[in-house]
Design a protein around this ligand. Structure first.
Ligand code: ADP
Ligand code: MG
Length: 700
């Protein structure tokens, strides 16, 4: 249970004065919590992006027009607009010993201004100054206070990221209220470590960031922000270490054998394994033979040959008389895995079947029957594998492809289909080394660094959309030469329907020109139709395949050598890389045309340049990280992977390794988080929503 002293932080934001349901909704949007109420904690962790510096307090004579200043002025007279011209500005003349300042308001209420600026009195006005008709003025000062209230005027005011309908002043007021709700919290960090780094206490860090003494105080590099980032890293690493420790305590069941079945599969391959494939298989076989649970990540760029490694892993447990499951995020991928695996499996005597949403009725029943009595060795499928009536006789190994599309829950759900199930996770998302720890700290890692032999480099070019006709003509020549071409359609908004419309338009246009040789595949098609479209393209019955991003992941047609990506500027680097990975898979040279609409933003320009420069997924991932921060690198939004609230990899990344070591040390001394520091750390896990791991403590 959450320590009750944290309750005020987890209270709904609407419990703060002045925040009703309407503002509550806006905050939800601001924090990206569309389906859950915004909480006080969310606001406190919503850190400033910059500041307004009001510390400059010159005499009027010395004001630099255009700058923000705080001026001490005496009110001379009010000049309201004439009654018949209410749209003219309301002016207030003020002065100090050195000159005069006009304070200007539009659409102002006279009573209000007369109260705010009593004639003859001293007021401090703070805001942006400007010259107008040679006169110094301040339009709508941000702040107006009397002498008595001067100390309440924040000289350095934080500026927050906002959302439409939410103003800075409203957010600032809410933050002030939220700051008063922070309870006394025990320190969970090591005192010596804090001191060495000059890090403040958690509460002090929050206060320092929301009430900065100077503009540098809100920089991510500041001690306060770094402290919070370290907190977040430590929470994440601690949670991963707990999961890992928990997994280690779970008994595994060693699956080993002579490797006869593996040898049969390898013999059936039309190629030799690459050295890194061989190493990955060795890692896996060693893991599987151990009496502990395996949780291993197989990381390899698109086309690096993960499927065959997965099959060899499956063969290992199958030889031990047990079963394996391979789960893919989409039906196309599941079928493609089956297509790769089935001929090899047949030669090796492995019995394989597929289960997706499409298998129904008697056939499905019959297949599940065979699964339950062990007449099937390997089941390939989609989410359908989770269904309640899917029962294995003895599931030993769960293989999950493109894991970032699945949440941890789904991983665990599949594991529950057997007893002591070993887990192999495949990902084609190249993850920079700095991030591997963060996301996969609970897994052992095997990497496929080299591509299978004989692959040709891809010639990548960026072409402006104005030259569409030339591109279509070139595609036509390629088709005439018998080549296979992907035409990827733009990502429009976030709606699949509008993607679809764009793809269908392009399909219609290309079909007019090239006739029956053009096919289409998109996410709204029925499974069987998708397969048929893919199969016809693979067989060469269609040569030009118009596609939405459904082909992004894993689709394998080695004969395809040309790809056109329309509106390439709308895709992220990782996505472009994934898409391009669909070509360059065979012996022939491939070409990728990135069609863009000018003018390009600086980042879009940089992205396309990187695509032209390199095919190295790891380099692309590093560049991606540099270009956009850790943001959505792994598509965290769709997948529910742990994202960061305050830590910025590019700024705080160097703290990550320390957090990992720290977590390991903490758990080696206090595996149950039962010491006073352990108790304090439980608070930390809740604050950064890594508390799921605490349940594992209790269970174990
Ligand atoms: P990915 O890692 O993207 O899932 P796949 O497993 O789909 O890659 O493999 C891509 C292609 O490379 C497949 O056509 C596969 O048959 C082929 N392949 C895999 N390993 C090798 C190898 N060692 N030598 C040659 N081709 C290979
Ligand atoms: Mg694959």
């Amino acid at each position: 249970m959450r320590p009750s002293r944290l309750d005020p932080l987890f209270a709904a934001l609407t419990t703060l004065p002045g925040i009703g349901p309407k503002l509550g909704k806006l905050y939800q949007r601001l924090f990206g919590r569309e389906d859950a109420p915004a909480r006080v904690l969310d606001l406190l962790l919503h850190l400033p992006s910059s500041t307004i510096d009001r510390r400059s307090r010159p005499d009027i004579r010395d004001v630099v027009p255009g700058s923000v200043a705080t001026l001490a002025v005496t009110v001379d007279r009010h000049r309201p607009p004439p009654p018949n011209r209410p749209r003219l500005p309301y002016r207030i003349e003020t002065y100090d010993d050195s000159g005069t300042l006009t304070v200007t308001y539009f659409h102002a209420k006279r009573d209000y201004l007369e109260q705010l600026f009593p004639v003859g009195e001293l007021r401090y006005v703070s805001g942006t100054t400007a010259l107008y008709d040679g006169m110094l003025q301040m339009v709508h000062p941000d702040r107006v206070v009397s002498e008595a209230d001067l100390e309440k005027l924040p000289m350095v005011e934080p500026v927050y990221p906002l959302t439409e309908g939410l103003s800075l002043n409203v957010v600032r007021k809410a933050v002030d209220a939220a700051l008063t709700k922070i309870p006394h919290l025990p320190e969970w960090q090591d005192d010596a470590w804090l001191e060495r780094n000059g890090f403040p206490a958690f509460t002090d860090a929050l206060t320092a960031l929301h009430r900065p003494a100077d503009p540098a105080g809100v920089l991510p590099e500041s001690a306060a922000w770094s402290r919070l980032a370290y907190d977040e890293f430590l929470a994440g690493q601690l949670a991963l270490a707990l999961v890992r420790a928990h997994q280690r305590t779970l008994p595994g069941r060693g699956s080993s054998g002579e490797g006869i079945l593996r040898a049969k599969v390898i013999k059936a391959l039309p190629y030799a394994l690459t050295p890194s494939q061989g190493r990955a298989v060795d890692d896996i076989v060693t893991d599987l033979a151990r009496p502990q649970r395996m949780v291993r990540l197989l990381q390899g760029d698109v086309g690096s040959g993960k499927t065959v490694v997965a099959l060899l892993a499956a063969a290992t447990v199958i030889e031990a008389g047990r079963q394996a499951a391979l789960m893919a995020p989409t039906e196309i991928l599941a079928r493609q895995h089956l297509a790769t695996i089935a001929p090899l499996a047949e030669k090796a005597g492995i019995r394989v079947a597929i289960l997706t949403g499409r298998e129904r009725g008697k056939e499905r029943e019959e297949m599940l029957g065979r699964l339950a009595i062990g007449e099937l060795d390997l089941l390939v499928g989609t989410h359908a594998l989770f269904q309640d009536d899917v029962a294995f006789r003895d599931l030993a190994l769960a293989i999950i492809d493109e894991q970032h599309r699945f949440g941890v829950h789904q991983r665990l759900a599949l594991a529950r289909k057997g007893e002591a199930v070993d887990m192999l996770v495949l990902t084609a998302t190249p993850i920079p080394r700095t991030l591997v720890l963060t996301y996969f700290g609970d897994m052992e890692i095997s990497e496929l660094r080299e591509k299978p032999a004989g692959r040709q480099p891809i010639d990548t070019r960026a072409v402006a959309l104005e030259r569409l006709n030339e591109v279509v003509a070139a595609v036509g020549r390629a088709v005439d030469e018998g080549k296979r071409v992907y035409w990827v359609c733009p990502l429009v908004e976030e709606s699949e329907m509008s993607d679809l419309a764009a793809a269908e338009d392009r399909f219609a246009a290309l079909k007019k020109q090239f006739g029956e040789r053009v096919g289409i595949v998109h996410g709204q098609m029925k499974g069987a139709d998708k397969d048929r479209a893919m199969a016809r393209f693979a067989a060469g019955e269609t040569q030009l395949l118009v596609a939405t991003t459904v082909i992004e992941v894993g689709v394998d047609v080695p004969a395809a050598t040309v790809m056109v990506i329309e509106h390439a500027e709308r895709f992220g680097l990782a996505q472009l890389h994934q898409l391009r990975g669909r070509i360059g898979r065979g012996q022939e040279r491939s070409t990728c045309l990135l069609l863009y609409r000018a003018p390009l933003s600086e980042t879009a320009k940089a992205r396309l340049a990187i695509m032209r420069d390199t095919e190295d997924g790891f380099r692309i991932a590093e560049e991606d990280l540099r270009l956009r921060g850790e943001g959505d690198l792994l598509g965290t939004k769709q997948s529910g992977m742990p994202g960061f609230k305050v830590a910025r990899i590019e700024v705080h990344g160097r703290l990550l390794a320390a957090a990992r070591d720290d977590a390991a040390l903490i758990l080696s001394r206090d595996p149950g988080l039962a010491t006073p520091r352990g108790e304090a750390l439980r608070h930390l896990l809740y604050l950064f929503e890594r508390d799921e791991a605490i349940r594992l403590l209790r269970a174990g």
